[in-house]
Structures are given as C-alpha cells and as structure tokens.
Design a protein around this ligand. Structure first.
Ligand SMILES: [Zn+2]
Ligand SMILES: [Zn+2]
Length: 404
C-alpha cells in the first residue's frame, strides 16, 4: 500500500539507528550515502548523549561521598590520558610504537573513554588535520560555529561511519576493527564494573560510606560527561582561545588553561605545526602531563620510540617567540606615559623572558648569520623610553628600526 511506504521507510531508518548503537558498521543504506547526508542534528544519535547527561542527575538520589567524588576525578584524568595519549597521540598520529598486544591493551583503555572506537576517532582526527578550519572540517568553530564544533557534529549522521580506507594502517588489525565495530561493549562493561566495585565496597568496606549507585553516578556518568566536554573543548575552544606561536594555515592556538584541563592538548598550535611529536608542550614550562605519563610508560616497556620535536621546529618556535617579544616591546614603548609602569613593562618583560629562555634552549641550533636573540631583545628593552633618560623616546611614527 503506497500510504504505508513513508511510514515503513521511517520505521526502517529508526530501526537501523537502534542497531547502530550496538553494531557501528551496520549501514543498510551504505556508508557513502550516510557521509553524503547534509550536516544536521540526528535526534536518534543524540539519545546516548541525553542518557549520559541525564545520568548525572542521579546524584539527587544517590548523593555523594568523598570516595565517590575522588573516583570521578581519578577516572577523569586516567581516561583523559587515554584520549590524548592513546586515541590521539598513538592511533591518530603514531607518535610512538608498541607491540600488537600492547596496541590492543591501549585500545581497550581508550574504549573506556566512551568516545567511540579507535579507528573512528583516528579517521575523524586525521580528517581534521587535513582540512583544519576549511568547510570540509567536521568541527571547525570558524566554519560551523561553537556548539556545532563542540557537540553538534557528533550527532550528525554524516559523521557516524568510519572510513576504513583512510585508516588502512589500523584497519589491517581485525581485533581493532572488532572493537571499533562494537564500540559500546567496552563502555557498558566499564559502567557495570564501576557499579560492581561500588557493590563490593558497600559490603566489604562500609567505612568508605559509598554505594554502588554513587559510584555509578560519579565514576561513570559525571566523570564521563566532564571528560566529553573537556575533550570537546579542543575541537571548539582550541581554535578560538589562546596564542598563535606558529602561523599555521588554520586558526589553532596554544592555551595553558586548556592544557591543564586536557593534560597537554591545549598546546594545539604547536601540535598543528608539528603533529608527529609525542610531546605537544615544546618546552618544560608548557605543561604536558600526557607526555610525562607516556614517558613513564616507556620505562615499563609497554611503549617505545617516542618521537621528539625536531631542532628545526624548536628554532622556528624560538624565532616566532622572539618576534612576539619585539612586538610586545614596541607596544610597551608606545603606551602613554601616564599609565602605570607595571602596565607598560610587564607584558614586554614577560615576552622578553620567554624569548630569552627559548634562546637558551639546549637543543636549539644557533644561526650565525643573524644577530643573537639576546642582543636584539636587550636593545629593544632600551627603546621603552622615559626610564632610560639618555635615550630619546621613540615616536609612534618612527617605531623601531630593528629587523625581526
Ligand atoms: Zn585542531
Ligand atoms: Zn592531532
């Protein structure tokens, strides 16, 4: 009957979406057709996110205990390490090596993050690097807006399939393909294990004053929701907030705050400039806890061959910071003399300090054909003007004559 035909199609579509929660490669209409679908929110794909966020409300009934809260915090950081150190720095960029069983173990750990399978994650992330901030980029805040880049893109049907042809180096391992296909299995087992742990603690460690429902709410729902938004900040905020050291052809930025929330991923501009290095904080003061964790793991033998930042990139970074210090010194020199000394000097001093420390970096090669960085910066400091009465104050028109 023709009247039933649209109903039947709608029913089939809903049924397929339901099956896809358990078998991510089930696509009766074909992956290509899904990828060609227009960019819009698919409400069936939103249901897992609604469940995840609604689960946090369980705290109203389950309450809290110090043990449950600390479990949430610990599982946030352990799994943020999995997102950044495993899904990103291993599966997406292969910045270090491991054995095949080691790779499988890492994939299991990654699965607990509830951010789908390792191949889906790597495929989308490699696509992001290829098309950063151009219309093809699935989660550029500049092209699609903040909320789409933060969460909307994951709910769109076109971003659901994994393009195995783009991750052939990973797709050759059937065990990884299996984990990627049934990508809800590990998260469900993980949630049940936390609940089970709470049940055991209720019986055998009553002194902790925690319950199975508290552990499920805090250890799984709250921790996973926070982990999702922490990770998503890199897709949305890391292309909006922070400083651009390298003039990459996207709008990636370096942010200390994002680096703390995401255990080092906030050095996103560094990463876009050179994605093959294991570390994303290029200097000791660019805190990159994931890198420290990976370094520690390398001593156990589980992983090996961590890739360093090449000296040529460090030199480029030092020169970029040097140019920033020059610009800051010039800006400070142009500030009206009635402004406080602190306001005039501090930004320039900070930029000069960064450039100076960079210049002293042990592995940075020196260039003999250009003036030394220290010399340039010291001379520019004198251009700050009135506090050096023997030198004339620079006028905005003349500025500095130093080359950068
Ligand atoms: Zn990016
Ligand atoms: Zn990357």
């Amino acid at each position: 009957m023709p009247i039933f035909s649209p109903l039947l199609t709608a029913f089939r579509r809903r049924a397929a979406a339901l099956v896809q929660w358990f078998d991510a490669d089930y696509m009766p209409e074909g992956a290509e057709k899904m990828r060609a679908a227009p960019d819009r929110v698919d409400w069936m794909r939103c249901i897992p996110f609604i469940i995840l966020h609604a689960g946090c409300l369980g705290v109203i009934w389950a309450g809290w205990s110090p043990f449950a809260v600390w479990t949430a915090v610990a599982l946030y950081f352990l799994r943020m390490f999995a997102v950044t150190g495993i899904y990103h720095r291993y599966f997406s960029h292969k910045t270090y090596s491991t054995s095949r069983p080691g790779q499988f173990l890492l994939a299991l750990w990654g699965g607990t993050t509830v951010q789908r399978g390792p191949l889906w994650w790597a495929y989308h992330h490699r696509h992001h690097h290829q098309h950063s901030d151009d219309p093809e980029d699935a989660h550029s805040p500049h092209v699609h807006g903040f909320w789409w880049s933060h969460i909307g893109w994951i709910t769109s049907k076109r971003n659901f399939p994994t393009d195995y042809s783009k991750v052939k180096d990973l797709a050759k391992f059937p065990e990884l393909v299996l984990l990627n296909r049934f990508d809800t299995v590990i998260p469900i087992l993980f949630a049940v294990s936390i609940w089970g742990l709470g049940w055991l603690l209720e019986i055998y460690a009553p002194g902790l004053h925690t319950t199975k429902w508290q552990l499920l709410t805090w250890g799984f729902f709250i921790s996973t929701t926070a982990l999702f938004h922490g990770t998503s900040c890199i897709n949305s905020m890391a292309h909006l907030m922070g400083r651009r050291r390298f003039q990459t052809d996207d709008d990636s930025r370096n942010s200390f705050i994002l680096a703390l929330i995401t255990l080092g991923e906030g050095w996103h501009n560094n990463h876009h400039r050179y994605m093959s290095a294991t570390r994303q904080g290029f200097y000791w003061w660019e805190i990159d806890i994931t890198y420290y964790g990976l370094k520690a793991l390398s001593y156990t033998g589980l992983i090996r061959d961590l890739k360093p930042v090449p000296p040529s990139i460090l030199e480029e970074a030092a020169r970029a910071d040097h140019a920033t210090s020059i610009a800051a010194a010039r800006r400070a020199a142009l500030v009206h003399p009635e402004y406080s000394t602190l306001r005039r000097v501090v930004p320039a001093a900070a930029a000069i300090a960064v450039a100076t420390v960079n210049a002293a970096h042990a592995t940075m090669p020196r260039r003999h054909d250009d003036p030394a960085i220290h010399k340039d910066v010291t001379e520019l400091a004198h251009e700050l003007g009135p506090q050096y009465p023997d030198r004339p104050s620079p006028s905005p028109a003349s500025g500095s004559s130093h080359g950068t």
